[in-house]
Design a protein around this ligand. Structure first.
Ligand SMILES: NC(=O)c1ccc[n+]([C@@H]2O[C@H](COP(=O)([O-])OP(=O)(O)OC[C@H]3O[C@@H](n4cnc5c(N)ncnc54)[C@H](OP(=O)(O)O)[C@@H]3O)[C@@H](O)[C@H]2O)c1
Length: 285
C-alpha cells in the first residue's frame, strides 16, 4: 500500500491516478474526503498531515509514503517516525531545486511550504528515501498569465529575460511513481527539470505559437507588478521573495537543465510546448 499526502493537489492527484492506473494499491490522504473525487479503487481517507495523529490510523499496511511539502507544517519528522513504527520502509519526499538557496529567495516558504524540511526529514527518517528536487512547475505559468491571456494579447509581467527550465508535472509524477514502486532511486536527491531553459519572454512566445495568437510580452517594473499582485490577494512576503528570486537570477538560468528525467524514464522530458498543447483550454475563453 502506498500512502499519498497532498493527494488532491496539482501533484498528488495525477500521482494517485498514475499509480492506480499501474495497478498499485493507493491510500489517498485528504482533509476533505467528501470532495476528493479520486478514481474508483483508491482508498480515500481523512487526515491532515500537519496533525500527524490524524494520519496515524491510516498507516497500517503502508509500505511507502509520498511526503508532500505543502501539507505537514512543522511535523514531517513525527509523521515519518509514525510511518516507520507502523512498518513503512520507504519515503519519497517532494522537495525543490532551490532548497539550498537563502530562505528569502524561496517564495513558497512564505506560503507555508517546507521543501527543505521534506528532504531533511526523509533523509533522517531511517526509511529508504528519495528526494525529488524539482524545478518550477509548468503550471505556474498558467496561474501567472492565464487570466491576462484569456483577456487579451499582452502579457504584462516582470523580468522578460529571467530563465528557468519548467518541468511538466506529469514527468514529476512518473519519476515519483518510479521511486515509490521500486528501489531504483533510493538514497538519491534527484534534480528534476524540463528539457530546455526558457526566458519569460520565450515562454510567452511558445504559448503564442501553440495557441495560435499574436501574444506580446510587455515587461513591467517589479514595483508595479508587486503592487498589483498584492492587490490581487497574494501575501506581501511571498511577492517580495518572488521578485527577489527573479532579481537574483536574472543574469543566469535559475534551474539549468538536467537529464535526470530522461535517464530515469528512458525517454526525453516533455517540452513546455507539449505542456501548453495539453492545457490550451486554460489560455482560452
Ligand atoms: N510550483 C512549483 O513550481 C514548485 C516547484 C518545486 C516544489 N514545489 C512544491 O510543491 C508543493 C505544491 O504542490 P501542489 O502544487 O501539488 O500543491 P497543491 O495543489 O496546493 O496541493 C496540495 C494538497 O495538499 C493539501 N494541503 C494544502 N495545504 C495544506 C495545509 N496547510 N495543511 C495540510 N494539507 C494541505 C490539500 O489537500 P486537501 O485539501 O485535500 O487536504 C492540497 O490539495 C509546494 O510545497 C511547493 O513548494 C512547487
Amino acid at each position: 500500500m502506498i500512502l499519498i499526502t497532498g493527494a488532491t493537489g496539482a501533484v498528488g492527484r495525477p500521482l494517485v491516478e498514475f499509480l492506480a492506473g499501474q495497478g498499485a494499491e493507493v491510500r489517498a490522504v485528504t482533509r476533505a474526503p467528501e470532495s476528493a473525487d479520486l478514481p474508483a479503487g483508491v482508498e480515500v481517507v481523512e487526515g491532515d498531515p500537519s496533525r500527524p495523529d490524524t494520519v496515524a490510523p491510516h498507516l497500517d499496511g503502508v509500505a511507502a509514503v509520498f511526503l508532500h511539502s505543502r501539507t505537514f507544517g512543522e511535523t514531517a519528522d513525527r509523521l515519518l517516525s509514525l510511518a516507520r513504527e507502523r512498518g513503512a520502509t520507504r519515503v519519497v519526499a517532494l522537495s525543490a531545486m532551490n532548497v539550498d538557496d537563502p530562505l528569502e529567495l524561496q517564495p513558497s516558504r512564505y506560503r507555508g511550504d517546507r521543501n527543505k524540511e521534506s528532504e531533511e526529514a526523509a533523509v533522517a527518517s531511517g526509511l529508504e528515501w528519495t528526494s525529488l528536487r524539482v524545478s518550477s512547475f509548468a503550471g505556474n505559468t498558467l496561474q501567472a498569465w492565464g487570466a491576462q491571456i484569456r483577456a487579451g494579447d499582452v502579457v504584462r509581467y516582470v523580468y522578460a529575460a529571467f530563465e528557468e527550465s519548467l518541468i511538466d508535472e506529469r514527468d514529476l509524477v512518473e519519476v515519483a511513481a518510479r521511486a515509490l514502486l521500486t528501489d531504483e532511486l533510493a538514497g538519491r536527491r534527484l534534480e528534476l527539470t524540463g528539457p530546455q531553459s526558457l526566458s519569460h519572454e520565450q515562454m510567452v512566445a511558445v504559448i503564442a505559437r501553440v495557441i495560435g495568437r499574436p501574444l506580446r510580452y510587455h515587461e513591467v517594473p517589479p514595483e508595479a507588478a508587486q503592487q498589483a499582485m498584492i492587490g490581487n490577494g497574494l501575501p506581501e512576503p511571498f511577492v517580495e521573495a518572488l521578485m527577489a528570486r527573479y532579481a537574483a537570477y536574472v543574469q543566469w538560468q535559475q534551474h539549468p537543465v538536467t537529464d535526470e528525467v530522461e535517464k530515469i524514464l528512458g525517454r526525453p522530458a516533455r517540452t513546455y510546448a507539449e505542456w501548453v498543447a495539453d492545457h490550451v483550454a486554460g489560455f482560452q475563453n
